[in-house]
Design a protein. Structure first.
Length: 202
């Protein structure tokens, strides 16, 4: 007689299935994954990717929470959490960003998880812009920082970065340059405001 599984048991089963599917997707490609228990391979891929995006978002969210409202600390924590997740879960990371999802609009859970992760990646930049520490469109800045982090991760995972300087040193230098650029607009704005305030007749 078939057993009726509880919601917890079903979720646990799907989590185990996703872990296996993620490994197979990453190691052998889409054709290596069976469609059992899912509508088709696209549905498996969407479920696996949504789960990876949620774990990624959880990592970013926990890091910024520990920053306790400090905009600079939150930005640094987000960058560190990004790298930490990518190195801890390289298979999940590759599926999230390096594999195209056919018809993503058909999978609301994937859209939700992707949107959540993307918003968390730019959240600390929005705070820095609002605080006047950075100048620019936070969403545009988010893509710039993301592109830099992603490029570093992909090069590292492909074995293209040297042992010296290592990933952490290169990341720190990349962030130093990006932060200096994002802050230069704020410094320039401050100088213009001071100059205007000192003009005669004011």
């Amino acid at each position: 007689m078939p057993k009726n599984l509880s919601r917890t048991e079903v979720d646990a089963f799907r989590a185990r299935l996703c872990a296996v599917a993620q490994r197979r997707f990453a190691e052998r490609g889409v054709d290596a994954v069976s469609m059992r228990y899912f509508r088709n391979k696209e549905a498996i891929l969407a479920t696996v990717r949504a789960a990876a995006f949620d774990r990624f978002a959880d990592t970013l969210e926990a890091a910024t929470r520990r920053a306790r409202g400090d905009p600079r600390a939150a930005g640094n924590a987000t960058c560190a959490a990004y790298i930490r997740f990518a190195l801890k879960e390289p298979d999940g990371y590759r599926l999230m960003f390096d594999l195209t999802q056919p018809h993503p609009e058909r999978y609301p859970e994937l859209v939700r998880a992707t949107t959540r992760a993307r918003e968390l990646m730019s959240a600390s930049l929005e705070v820095l812009v609002k605080a006047g520490i950075f100048v620019g469109d936070p969403h545009l800045l988010g893509y710039v920082f993301w592109a830099t982090m992603h490029g570093l991760v992909v090069l590292y995972l492909a074995g293209k970065l040297p042992a010296k300087p290592n990933l952490r040193i290169i990341q720190a230098e990349a962030m130093r340059l990006l932060v200096a650029g994002a802050r230069s607009g704020a410094a320039m704005r401050g100088r213009r405001a001071t100059s205007t305030a000192r003009r005669p007749g004011r």
